[in-house]
Design a protein around this ligand. Structure first.
Ligand SMILES: Nc1ncnc2c1ncn2[C@@H]1O[C@H](COP(=O)(O)OP(=O)(O)OP(=O)(O)O)[C@@H](O)[C@H]1O
Ligand SMILES: [Mg+2]
Length: 372
């Protein structure tokens, strides 16, 4: 049995981070180098979503504990490679190359080739990357999510009826691409500046959303149908951010201030919250997972409003899975809190996905049962 691992790799992991001279180019009021990313440098986050070779190798090694694995880069040659290789199953972590449907590209090829694969289908992957469409569907089903508008040009801003404070983000990016400390807008001038920057930098519509002032959580969900497992809830604690910064998990917080050799103490898992709130969050996330027809695994971001009620921020059907604990990656962190190693997490989701596709793995007990 051969498993193909489909991926996109960051060729030079450092190239999308601001250099020290970039940082120094925008000094702060006290004259020291600002920790913020200057507007002019923002396109450097182009490949933020892609994986490093470290992550790809760690996933490969975990699968290789049980199966033979072939690596397939998700580029223009991928279709031909998959067609000739015809793997038994595909473990897909590819973020894709261009446009709002990029995460759906490899799954769509696999559907055409009738090769079963791990994760959500093209419809769910493309939908969840469009945060506005996702929120429309959630609202239709009565799942709480903050009021918002989608803006495609500066003229549309005039008619936008939304209440300050707001958060301004690109419509279809992940890994906090385009979401900088400055994206919290408290008045019309700030709103206009941020909307203009995103329209010009990313050349895509902008989501303008009411700012939820409460605590933030992210929730890892595994499974299908009636049997979903919600891993311990992770809280994002903004007290760890540099002083004076907005309480958001921005690009700077994710990629600039948090370094493997000097990690930000930003997560606590399991979140220290009353069981009633934890139950409410789990229920909201399970409902969201089902409404959006997620498969096998997803990570769902949640934030509380002023009244302490949880709202869905966005859904990640291709969750980030950085292997090293000091890399601060939420899905593996939640798995560790549940007593799973990285390899057990990867093999659990593989079991779940192969069972969904009716592929018999072995006589062994599923990985998940052995650790519970
Ligand atoms: N409506 C909101 N109110 C308050 N903060 C928000 C809101 N929307 C987003 N944020 C903040 O911005 C961060 C990034 O937003 P979001 O999760 O939409 O981006 P992303 O790039 O898709 O994230 P990921 O890395 O999870 O893919 C959130 O974690 C949160 O801190
Ligand atoms: Mg998010």
């Amino acid at each position: 049995m051969t498993i193909a691992l489909t991926y996109n790799v960051k060729r030079d992991p450092e190239s999308f981070l601001p250099t020290s001279s970039d940082q120094a180019s925008e000094p702060s009021s006290d004259g020291t180098a600002s920790p913020l990313v200057p507007h002019a440098e923002r396109k450097q986050d182009l490949y933020a979503e892609w994986d490093t070779m470290d992550t790809i190798n760690a996933v490969r090694d975990a699968i290789a504990e049980r199966f033979s694995v072939s690596l397939v880069e998700a580029n223009a040659d991928a279709y031909e490679r998959l067609r000739t290789m015809r793997p038994t199953f595909v473990f897909n972590i590819a973020e894709g190359l261009h446009g709002v449907s990029r995460e759906a590209q490899i799954p769509a090829m696999l559907e055409l080739l009738e090769i079963p694969y791990l994760g959500s289908d093209p419809l769910t992957l493309a939908l969840c990357l469009d945060k506005g469409r996702t929120k429309e569907i959630l609202s239709h089903h009565g799942v709480r999510t903050a009021p918002f508008v989608t803006i495609a040009s500066m003229d549309e801003l005039e008619d936008a009826r939304v209440r300050f404070p707001l958060i301004v983000k690109p419509l279809h990016e992940g890994s906090s691409k385009g979401i900088y400390n400055s994206c919290v807008a408290r008045n019309s001038e700030e709103l206009e500046k941020e909307v203009r920057t995103i329209l010009e930098t990313y050349e895509e519509p902008v989501l303008v959303e009411e700012f939820l002032p409460g605590r933030e959580f992210t929730v890892a969900v595994l499974g299908n149908g009636a049997s979903l497992t919600v891993l311990p809830i992770v809280e994002i604690s903004f007290a760890a951010l540099p002083e004076g910064m907005n309480p958001i998990y921005s690009y700077e917080a994710k990629w600039v201030w948090d370094k493997a050799d000097n990690p930000l103490e930003i997560f606590s898992c399991p979140a220290r919250i009353p069981e009633s709130l934890a139950g409410e969050i789990r229920e909201l996330c399970e409902r969201t997972y089902r409404v959006l027809r997620c498969r096998d695994w997803s990570r769902i971001d949640v934030r509380l409003d002023g009244g302490g009620h949880p709202h869905i921020l966005e859904v990640n059907p291709l969750p980030g899975i950085l292997p090293r604990p000091e890399d601060n990656s939420c899905f593996p962190k939640a798995a560790r809190a549940a007593g799973m190693t990285y390899a057990q997490l990867i093999n659990s989701v593989l079991d779940i996905a192969m069972a969904r596709c009716g592929i018999a793995v072995s006589e062994d007990e599923p990985v998940m049962d052995r650790i519970q």
